[in-house]
Write a protein that binds this ligand. Sequence first.
Ligand SMILES: Cc1ncc(C[n+]2csc(CCOP(=O)(O)OP(=O)(O)O)c2C)c(N)n1
Ligand code: SF4
Ligand SMILES: [Mg+2]
Length: 293
Amino acid sequence: MSKRNPLYDFKWCPGCGDFGVKVAIEQALAQRTAERGDSIEKTVIVAGIGCSGNLVHLQEGPQPFGIHGIHGRTLPVAYGIKSGRPDLNVLVVSGDGDFLSIGAEHIGPQARRNLDVTVVVMDNGIYGLTKGQASPTTNVDVVTSTTRYGKLDEKMNPYLFFLGAGVGYLNSQMSSRVKDLAAAIKAAMDYPGFSIVHVQSPCTTYNDTYALLKGDEKQGIEPLAFPIPDSHDAGDLIAAVNLVRTNRIPIGQIYRREGESVPGHERLARAKVNAGVGQASVEELLTGMLITA
Ligand SMILES: Cc1ncc(C[n+]2csc(CCOP(=O)(O)OP(=O)(O)O)c2C)c(N)n1
Ligand code: SF4
Ligand SMILES: [Mg+2]
């Protein structure tokens, strides 16, 4: 429960990875606003429905605006905000169910549009809020309330999915490495276009993957996560694809496409105005308010 919002009685379970993500976002926002001389009210956090989405109510310190909207629809809400107010800094927080299951259809269109927002995906490989159903990133064979004999279908590879959809900036992090995570979120917000920070953020109640991710010598478990080597060229899409195409979890900056400072939809609107399409202004085209005779 946040001191600023005492009526909203929600608590994460002890050890939930989302605590680390919350602190990292607070640090990244503090650094970004200080650097730009912006006020915190120029930031809007758009949250989906899930334990992860509750982050919007739990932010401590200077408060950004927040929208706790509809399950799976963070990107349409972010697109609406950014179209009406391109000057705002829009940060989406989403769960693996919210973003990669019901919300997956929105990723391709916004990546192609190069919508200038940052998405922080809190991937715990489970539907946490609704008490432990399998999600697209639940490992195969895992027993959940919807997979009583173990999950039968293959785990989705979100990194390959994002790269295939044309996402321009992709970083992979762990919720327990708060300093690195804050730096990754800040770098993603500074990127001029659609950026994703995909965070392994374990659910200690329904799918505790800490040992799998970090390894456990006593149990003979090799760590799934590994640091991306310095030799990796994040500007090379093929190198990025090769890095993520196994089922291990690379940690660090996977991909960064350079050279795009203007989101695609804004570029199109400006081009139309320059070409004299109707009598529209850029703002009319961006907000879809153009009325053609
Ligand atoms: C349209 C709609 N469908 C389903 C739900 C029920 N629901 C709420 S949260 C959730 C899944 C949450 O999982 P995830 O996005 O991974 O978030 P987590 O709780 O794990 O952080 C579901 C299915 C809903 N609220 N709205
Ligand atoms: S159910 Fe899982 S994801 Fe939700 S608060 Fe508890 S540990 Fe975190
Ligand atoms: Mg989840």
